[in-house]
Write a protein that binds this ligand. Structure first.
Ligand SMILES: C[S@@+](CC[C@H](N)C(=O)[O-])C[C@H]1O[C@@H](n2cnc3c(N)ncnc32)[C@H](O)[C@@H]1O
Length: 387
């Protein structure tokens, strides 16, 4: 039986429905008139976060565009369209929650992100194979007990703005200490991951680091917790920190899931502070937001060349199925024009690889279960790759 209780909307109907704000007009209209958009009306409840004392989970982090609430929607599409799979690649992984949703002893998860502040958590949750959890907990206790009265690199730049002075001093001191106490790469990655999640919990921000909030009222003390890792599921997994267009030429998978940035907002700008904390090269930082040089971290998917990069990636994909998430943040005056790649372009590029279907879901329904919409939809483009 179908997992997806959907209503097929023929494009010609969709064009008349302002609610959806489709973007399939223009030159290719004749080609696409036969394209069906499946409007999924099933109510989804996202996986419940278990509050385990002293521990945190992969989704306990604020990250722009993270797909935690959409995981069951994505899983339904994979179940219905791809059947049994043995490998799943999340090539723009961010927090890694989508890959984690498929992480199972029988499925090899390949996870990749260009930022080091994502790579280390991905290594920890999806690739750790031998880390000693008890040893890790002892080190976490040690780090939590650090008394940090002295100023350091981190407190100098980020104290009193993004964090309280006390928390900033402690974060800097803990980061320094990790360098000397970690006994293996896996342990070091896990301790830094723990620090990223703990820092994010007490950051005086709205979930990204483009700016800090005026009133410094995030005053809870910093506390490191232990990551919840299922070592058994990670046996076959692989984690990378590469440009997606480079990596795609080296890997093979059943399902390729792509969730690239969709507008000009660079993730390295929004998460510069965490990246700086993880890299720990202590560079000069600039401006009110105290950002370091991020030239090496810029993504083509945020630039005018996004379409070209997307086309290149799809062309070089060695897989059986492709799923692409591309965001639509509601009915703004300029419609979807802030998106770097048009929906019609995504469809046409995917069509060169195989048959394409589009699934769409109102975003609000994910969080409230209510049927009304605020115009913000999440769309997944599915392509069954020709043999
Ligand atoms: C929309 S976010 C992914 C969110 C993710 N699905 C989640 O649930 O957390 C896009 C991600 O792509 C990464 N990224 C951008 N350009 C990249 C590139 N060229 N290669 C690899 N990763 C890239 C960004 O760092 C960001 O984490």
């Amino acid at each position: 039986m179908s997992q997806l209780q959907n209503k097929h909307t023929n494009l010609s109907t969709a064009i008349q429905a302002p609610l959806f704000g489709f973007d399939f007009f223009g030159k290719e209209r004749a080609n696409e008139a036969t394209l069906e958009v499946s409007k999924i009306e099933k109510v989804y409840f996202y996986p419940k976060t278990q509050n385990i004392e002293g521990k945190f989970q992969i989704q306990n982090r604020r990250y722009l565009g993270n797909k935690f609430k959409l995981i069951n929607f994505i899983k339904d599409i994979v179940n219905e369209k791809c059947g049994e799979i043995t490998s799943f690649c999340d090539i723009f992984a961010g927090t890694g929650v989508v890959g984690e949703g498929f992480n199972d002893k029988n499925i090899k998860v390949i996870s990749n992100d260009i930022l080091l502040s994502n790579y280390l958590p991905l290594k920890t949750f999806l690739d750790a194979k031998n880390v000693n959890i008890d040893g890790l907990k002892k080190k976490i206790n040690l780090l939590n007990s650090i008394k940090s009265n002295d100023d350091n690199y981190f407190s100098k730049y980020y104290g009193g703005t993004y964090f309280t002075i006390e928390n900033a001093k402690k974060i800097g001191a803990i980061r320094e200490k990790i360098e000397s106490i970690a006994e293996s790469d896996e342990e070091k990655f896990a301790l830094i991951t723990s620090l990223i999640y703990a820092a994010d919990k007490v950051a005086n921000t709205v979930g990204h680091y483009d700016a800090y909030r005026k009133n410094l009222d995030s005053i809870n003390p910093l506390e490191l917790l232990a990551p919840t890792i299922n070592l058994e599921n990670n046996t076959n997994n692989e984690v990378y920190r590469e440009d997606a267009n480079t990596l795609i030429r080296k890997i093979k998978c059943d399902v390729l899931y792509m969730d690239p940035p969709y507008n000009s907002r660079q993730y390295c700008d929004s998460y510069h502070l965490l990246e700086n904390l993880v890299e720990w090269g202590k560079p000069e930082v600039f401006g009110k937001a105290k950002k370091m040089d991020r030239t090496h971290l810029k993504s083509q998917y945020c630039l005018k060349s996004a379409k070209k990069a997307f086309e290149d990636l799809i062309e070089n994909a060695n897989c059986k199925h492709i799923l692409v998430s591309y965001n639509n943040t509601g009915e703004k005056k300029d419609g979807r024009s802030n998106s770097r790649i048009k929906d019609s372009e995504i469809v046409n590029i995917l069509k060169k690889k195989g048959e394409v279907e589009v699934f769409e879901r109102d975003y609000r329904a994910f969080s409230t279960g209510r049927s009304e919409t605020d115009g913000h939809t999440e769309r997944v483009f599915y392509c069954k790759v020709n043999n």
